[in-house]
Write a protein that binds this ligand. Sequence first.
Ligand SMILES: NC(=O)c1ccc[n+]([C@@H]2O[C@H](COP(=O)([O-])OP(=O)(O)OC[C@H]3O[C@@H](n4cnc5c(N)ncnc54)[C@H](OP(=O)(O)O)[C@@H]3O)[C@@H](O)[C@H]2O)c1
Length: 282
Amino acid sequence: MPSRAEATTLPSAVGVIGLGRMAQALLLPLLEAGQLQPGAVCASVATEGSAERLTQALGLTVGTDPRPCMAAPMLLLALKPQQLEGLLRALAPLPSPPPPPPGLERPLLVSVLAGVPLQRLHDAFPGWDVVRCVPNAPALVRRGLIGVSVAETLAPAARQLAHALLSPVGRVLDLPESQLDAFLALTSSGPAFVALVIEALADGAVAAGLPRAQALELAQAMAAGSLELLERQQLHPAQLKDMVASPGGTTMAGLRRLEAAGLRSALIEAVLAAWERSRALA
Ligand SMILES: NC(=O)c1ccc[n+]([C@@H]2O[C@H](COP(=O)([O-])OP(=O)(O)OC[C@H]3O[C@@H](n4cnc5c(N)ncnc54)[C@H](OP(=O)(O)O)[C@@H]3O)[C@@H](O)[C@H]2O)c1
């Protein structure tokens, strides 16, 4: 059995295929904390322009050939799902798997590709252990939620190593793969739903006479404060609603209108639609 220290220490080399927003969000905290040295990262992107820009900006080795990245014992796969087939064509024939990180039996591939199932990743990268994860946009500010699914046969040490890569940007949750689409519908699509609600609330304030910029700033601050209140006082959302809605008051008037317009049902349907779409894409 590998020790916990071995399993949670990142290997001396990490490959990255696709160094866009999400891969940078995952890597930068590790680089800043010194848990990963810039020289340990071998990254590849699609275009020379991006490679040059990222080499300059991040001080990493960034090229356009993915093959050298596949020599690292841990590989972060972070291109767009629709770019995977092109990558596999460019890699064919796939290089032999490299030696594993200390304490593991096989090299470890961590994929953030939305909708690409574990089985597809296992088929595409034979000889690698595979972790499928679903991060969300707040990972960009280290307040992410990251759902992680692995094959039942995966060694606990491999899962721990994936957690070590992902946990600096948020909360990592182990989930059965059958729940990942629901997790994505809530946590990955959810930020857009919340953003829409905030924007619409600001529109309401503009309609009532506030300047646009102020309305947006206030709507956002109100949402952030409300979330903090929920969190700090461990309130159920209904408790916060009841706390604000006094008998015959302004909030109750607004709530009646929201119920009549079907906001609650629209949000339920939005999450379900995202869930169905995620399943269809997979
Ligand atoms: N952003 C999010 O909030 C979020 C949330 C959940 C999941 N994800 C997942 O994260 C993954 C990446 O998303 P993103 O938003 O970071 O995308 P992105 O910013 O568009 O980055 C994609 C990266 O992949 C590179 N790339 C494309 N084809 C490649 C190839 N054949 N070989 C090597 N690199 C290649 C691109 O290089 P160029 O710049 O040269 O084109 C770019 O660096 C997606 O699979 C997505 O499902 C993202």
